[in-house]
Design a protein around this ligand. Structure first.
Ligand SMILES: Nc1nc2c(ncn2[C@@H]2O[C@H](COP(=O)(O)OP(=O)(O)O)[C@@H](O)[C@H]2O)c(=O)[nH]1
Ligand SMILES: [Mg+2]
Length: 385
């Protein structure tokens, strides 16, 4: 039995591509975009932080839209960053008033651009807050935004015996003051949710930074419920969050494939399962924030789909006719889809963590294809036991 026995290949490829793209679009619409505002003077390390947490170079996140003096909005599908930099001190209006005005301007923009959380960045080498800092933090709070005070470029020292890191004493003192700010006896109203110490490199500009996990966890906690998934997608550091989002997508697709095969499907028609599996892959690639569409041509996606599911599935089943019988039943459809989903997650994780180059993805598909024969043999064994 050759390829001739399979349904029209190019129509099927179109179907597969369509299913993949619809899976992506559906997931994007569902998860939306996470918007961060990052405030601080030039050079405090804002861009470095965004790069470390979101794996994006700000300058390359979309087109920096100069919204107004000193403010840029950068966005792509999953992330929007409002970059607040360089308020004019000594201008007619105080920095607090300027910020209030800018926040009003932002509030008039579309829903998908609205700020969820603010990182207010101060160099950890500073030893005090300025009056404009305090005014600006109060203005952010007054407009209902949760503010995290981030002390950047902390020069940690590492204890060579137990590996524990310690921030310099003045930085610890500064943090203590920030958590209980006062001017002599008089308390200062500083409405921040918490103070986080971070670095994105060591003093030699090397290493991967520290304190970023705390900033990540706190940002997620402060995000509105319906933006949490978008944040989990936009960030780069916590793979478990992505895995936890992807697993139910796999389970749902497996259930759908099982239902589609409730009346066993003749092997030659098994590629009717492909759109279900391709839709699943599209959704998962969004969770891992992998832009397959921009990196791969439609033809490549179609080939990918054909390779991963439909035809590969049909061919391996044909080869295994003596093992599984002549039709795909629910159990087989569920097991195959689960295995495919797990493989696709592994592949996405490799791309996401930079261990696999997306442009070479096709060369590596073989390594990640679910071992269909193994899955089937396993099932057959289970049945005969
Ligand atoms: N040592 C050290 N240097 C940093 C750190 N974060 C940023 N820098 C450096 O500080 C400079 C300004 O950083 P950048 O992220 O562009 O600041 P921005 O102007 O606030 O966006 C760059 O030269 C960075 O390499 C850090 O955690 N430690
Ligand atoms: Mg910058």
């Amino acid at each position: 039995m050759g390829d001739e026995s399979l349904p029209n290949v190019s129509a099927q490829e179109d179907n597969n591509t369509q299913a993949f793209i619809e899976g992506q679009q559906g997931a994007r619409a569902r998860y939306g975009r996470f918007n961060l505002a990052i405030v601080g003077n030039t050079g405090v390390g804002k861009s470095s932080l965004v790069n470390a947490i979101f794996g994006r170079n700000l300058a390359k996140v979309g087109r920096g839209l100069p919204v107004t003096q000193g403010i840029h909005y950068y966005s792509d599908a999953a992330l929007g960053v409002w970059d607040f930099e360089g308020f004019e001190i000594g201008a007619a209006q105080s920095p607090g008033a300027q910020l209030r005005q800018n926040l009003e301007l932002i509030a008039k923009r579309p829903q998908e651009e609205q700020i969820s959380v603010v990182w207010y960045c101060i160099a950890s080498t500073a030893d005090r807050l300025t009056v404009p800092d305090i005014e600006m933090i109060q203005a952010l709070h007054a407009s209902g935004l949760p503010v995290i005070l981030v002390l950047t470029k902390v020069d940690w020292t590492k204890n060579p015996l137990n590996g524990q890191r310690k921030a310099p004493r003045p930085v610890e003192d500064f943090r203590d003051w920030l958590l209980n700010p006062h001017d002599g006896e008089r308390p200062i109203f500083l409405p921040v949710q918490d103070v986080v110490l971070t670095s994105t490199a060591d003093r030699h500009g090397k290493g991967s930074g520290h304190g970023l996990g705390d900033l990540l966890a706190l940002t997620l906690e402060l995000s509105p419920e319906d933006e949490k998934d978008a944040f989990r997608i936009a960030q780069r550091l916590n793979l478990k969050w992505k895995r936890d989002m992807a697993r139910p997508v796999v389970t749902a697709a497996a259930a759908a494939a099982g239902a589609a095969a409730a009346v066993p499907i003749p092997i030659a028609d098994a590629i009717v399962l492909a759109p279900i599996q391709l839709g699943m892959m599209g959704r998962i690639s969004v969770i891992y924030d992998i832009e397959l569409q921009t990196m791969l041509s439609a033809t490549a996606i179609a080939q990918l789909g054909a390779q991963l599911s439909g035809q590969a599935l049909a061919r391996s089943l044909v080869k295994l006719v003596p093992v599984v019988g002549s039709a795909v039943n629910s159990t087989v459809a569920v097991a195959l889809t689960m295995a495919m989903g797990e493989s696709w997650m592994r592949l996405c994780e490799r791309v996401h963590s930079g261990k696999l180059d997306l442009s070479k993805i096709e060369d590596h598909l073989g390594d990640f294809l679910p071992r269909l024969p193994d899955v089937l043999k396993h099932l057959a064994k289970g049945r005969s036991r």
